[in-house]
Design a binder for this molecule. Structure first.
Ligand SMILES: *[C@@H]1O[C@H](CO)[C@@H](O)[C@H](O)[C@H]1NC(C)=O
Length: 356
């Protein structure tokens, strides 16, 4: 009795088991692949839809219709470093979300992604009936046959701006606007671009935190405080068995060529190619770190669509003089459609497969 075999065959069996375990861990990692590190590759089978066949596309994003002569920017596919994205299958998406409600909440970058998603889905069922309506700040796109609603709640700060006797007050601790987010099956939030706004288009006169009302404060700090209010709302109100929550991430602008090693470029006009590779010389905007810090504190599952790097590489993807302002405008913040936001949605599609 008391057999203490330590033969070479046991050793090799143990090694084999360890090896199998390693392979399993590696596989698990591969399926949970990091979708946000990668590069853009030319793919003639893109874009996912023909913008001219998307009848409800807004002028703001329809660069081709606004006269942009090159269409190279529609021919890129995002390629994660260690895996491939499944191509967006609109019909499959509509079936998964049958009877469900999707809502984007945020500023015009949310509008950009919302438009991209509705165009992708419409192009997959071009003859299906849809309706497009608006109730206050909420735009509602309904795929009537599939009973899928894809909505947009325009809410640039996520926290509230309230009109009071003294003027319009941006309330960093108040999130009454969240009433509109009840009962939604998938929420995709975003806020950032309006936090730096000053002058006549700044939509508030005072900023309030607790009982303290100020004329102004550090904007990045205000952003972090508002995000924290939102984060607490997620933790107290979201039921993860009913609602998937995403955050769109910081979508960067291209108004300074120094940041992509082209100091003579003062904006994005005339840019016809993305940056190659997976790095951006100018680094990430500081808001990314703030956002990640707040998201880490949330205990409920929230997935960051960490699109900043893939966007930074796409200095060619903005409307420039082919946006809302036309030749007198210079839009290097939004994105042409078809274009970069289609990749955000393709990643979203890959993330929700298996979850819904
Ligand atoms: C562009 O970025 C560089 C590097 O950060 C900076 O030194 C420069 O002031 C910026 N230019 C403008 C016009 O903001």
């Amino acid at each position: 009795m008391g057999v203490r075999v330590h033969s070479s065959s046991t050793t090799s069996a143990v090694s084999l088991l360890l090896l199998l375990l390693l392979i399993l861990v590696y596989k698990a990692n591969a399926s949970g692949c990091d979708f946000f590190t990668g590069n853009w590759v030319v793919d003639e089978s893109y874009p996912l839809y023909d913008a001219s066949a998307c009848p409800f596309i807004e002028r703001e994003f329809s660069c081709e219709k606004n006269g942009r002569p090159d269409l190279f920017y529609t021919k890129y596919r995002w390629k994660p470093q260690y895996c491939n994205l499944q191509r967006f299958n609109g019909l499959d998406f509509l079936e998964r979300f049958k009877g469900k409600r999707i809502m984007f909440v945020g500023d015009s970058l949310s509008r950009n992604q919302w438009q991209s998603l509705t165009c992708i889905l419409h192009s997959s069922v071009p003859n299906a009936k849809y309706s497009l309506t608006r109730q206050g700040d909420v735009s509602i796109f309904t795929f009537l046959d599939h009973d899928v609603k894809v909505m947009l709640d325009r809410n640039v700060y996520l926290v509230d701006v309230v009109r009071e006797k003294i003027g319009r007050v941006l309330k960093l601790d108040s999130i009454e606007g969240s009433k509109l987010w009840n009962g939604i099956d998938m929420l995709i939030f975003n806020t950032w671009h309006w936090w730096n706004r000053r002058g006549p288009t700044q939509p508030w006169d005072y900023i309030q935190e607790g009982n303290e009302i100020k004329k102004d404060m550090d904007r990045v700090l205000a952003f972090e405080k508002a995000l924290t209010t939102w984060a607490k709302w997620v933790d107290s109100k979201i039921d993860p068995s009913k609602t998937l929550v995403f955050f769109q991430g910081i979508s960067p602008s291209h108004y300074n060529g120094t940041l992509w090693d082209e100091p003579s470029a003062k904006n994005c006009v005339g840019q016809k190619q993305p940056l190659g590779g997976s790095t951006y010389p100018g680094g990430l905007p500081p808001a990314v770190e703030v956002l990640k810090r707040v998201l880490k504190k949330i205990t409920k599952p929230v997935t960051l669509l960490d699109v900043t790097l893939l966007c930074l590489l796409r200095k060619d993807g903005h409307p420039s003089i082919y946006g809302l302002g036309g030749s007198t405008g210079m839009d290097c913040s939004h994105w042409c459609l078809a274009g970069v936001p289609d990749a955000w949605n393709e990643i979203l599609y890959n993330l929700i497969r298996g979850k819904i």
